[in-house]
Design a protein around this ligand. Structure first.
Ligand SMILES: Cc1cc2nc3c(=O)[nH]c(=O)nc-3n(C[C@H](O)[C@H](O)[C@H](O)COP(=O)(O)O)c2cc1C
Length: 327
């Protein structure tokens, strides 16, 4: 068995090394269902929800509603104090997820102003109390997603703290809060974090294909790979990585891409009702990327208010791009 066919162990659970990361507003329930048509065993993170919302049914009610076929799921939360954690954990475990993840990496202004997300990396004593509360309450594996640091790099210290407080794995997005999602990810720091802890380390940042995954493995020796923007518009990305890692080719042609875009639209409508079309507009340009007349199609489809017309155009494109048969 090679490194790439071995699984990552998180608590008492095992998963393929390629994992679907959290992208707020993108990797929602419909998207995760679409990913499941390609990848059944891979762990998928949910988008981040604050424990207060989960506990009080405010805004996050939809987020606790998912299909069982989306599992294995890592349900991601944010917290800034102990309050609400107990009720949130109770509700999340009742909904039936496999892991709970605490986000201490989010750089968004409103999140850090409330003292959650990456702001917690600059407040280790408050973080420690929060980590201990989660560990005490959760009977399922618990993970933490960190950054390189808030204003300065302290990922090693925070990773050790998370391990000491009972976390089962750490995902690191090796950029500072100030870098948000841009700039070179610090893989040297990731390698140091990997050396500093004995629990599994998952890297998040810059993995878009098998070449980048292999290079990052060589530089860091990590245990898992969280795929973020690489999966946006490519719900087959985890399968592609899995296949490529064992030397197999994996291609998705344009006709199949259009078929999956249409399926995605249908899942969005099923989940969100009519507003699903509006939410689908974030995905549509990525499915059209590289097509002849992509910019004209994009302009036409992202402004079209008619669900059936958008669906019909995707069907027409699917037929137009069907590969020619030899007979
Ligand atoms: C639009 C967008 C939304 C994101 N939402 C979340 C989120 O809800 N929770 C989280 O931990 N990270 C979130 N991230 C960060 C990603 O999970 C990931 O760590 C980062 O994008 C780097 O990985 P990538 O290069 O594979 O995208 C988000 C990133 C983007 C671009």
């Amino acid at each position: 068995m090679s490194y790439w066919t071995e699984k990552i162990t998180i608590g008492n659970l095992q998963f393929p090394r390629f994992i679907g990361g959290p992208l707020d507003g993108i990797t929602d329930s419909p998207f995760r269902q679409l990913v499941r048509t390609f990848s059944q065993d891979e762990l998928l993170y949910t988008e981040m929800r604050h424990v207060a919302c989960v506990a009080n049914d405010k805004g996050a009610a939809k987020a606790l509603f998912f299909q069982q076929n989306e599992r294995p799921l890592n349900y991601q939360v944010a917290a800034n104090k102990i309050e609400y954690i107990a009720r949130a954990c109770e509700r999340i475990m009742l909904a039936g997820v496999d892991i709970v993840d605490l986000n201490i990496g989010c750089p968004a202004k409103n999140v850090i102003q409330s003292g959650s997300g990456s702001a917690l990396m600059a407040d280790p004593s408050r973080l420690e109390a929060i980590l201990k509360e989660f560990r005490k309450l959760l009977s399922i594996p618990f993970t933490v997603k960190i950054r390189a640091g808030f204003k300065c790099k302290n990922a090693i210290e925070i990773a050790k703290l998370a391990q000491d407080c009972g976390a089962d794995a750490i995902a690191i997005h090796p950029r500072l809060q100030t870098q948000r999602f841009e700039g070179r990810p610090d893989y040297e720091l990731t390698a140091q974090v990997k050396k500093a802890v004995s629990i599994p380390v998952i890297v998040s940042g810059g993995i878009v294909n098998w070449t980048t995954a292999r290079l990052v493995y060589e530089q860091t020796g990590v245990d898992g790979y969280l795929i973020g923007r690489g999966i946006w518009g490519k719900p087959w990305k985890l399968q592609e990585l899995q296949e490529n890692s064992i030397g197999r080719k994996f291609d998705v042609n344009v006709a199949t891409t259009m078929a999956y875009a249409r399926k995605h639209l249908d899942l969005m409508i099923e989940y969100y009702g009519k507003s699903g079309l509006f939410n689908f507009r974030k995905h549509l340009p990525l499915y059209l990327r590289g097509l002849k007349d992509a910019s004209i199609l994009r302009a036409e489809l992202v402004t079209n208010p008619c669900i059936n017309q958008v669906r019909d155009t995707l069907s027409t494109l699917e037929k137009a791009y069907l590969p020619a048969t030899s007979d």
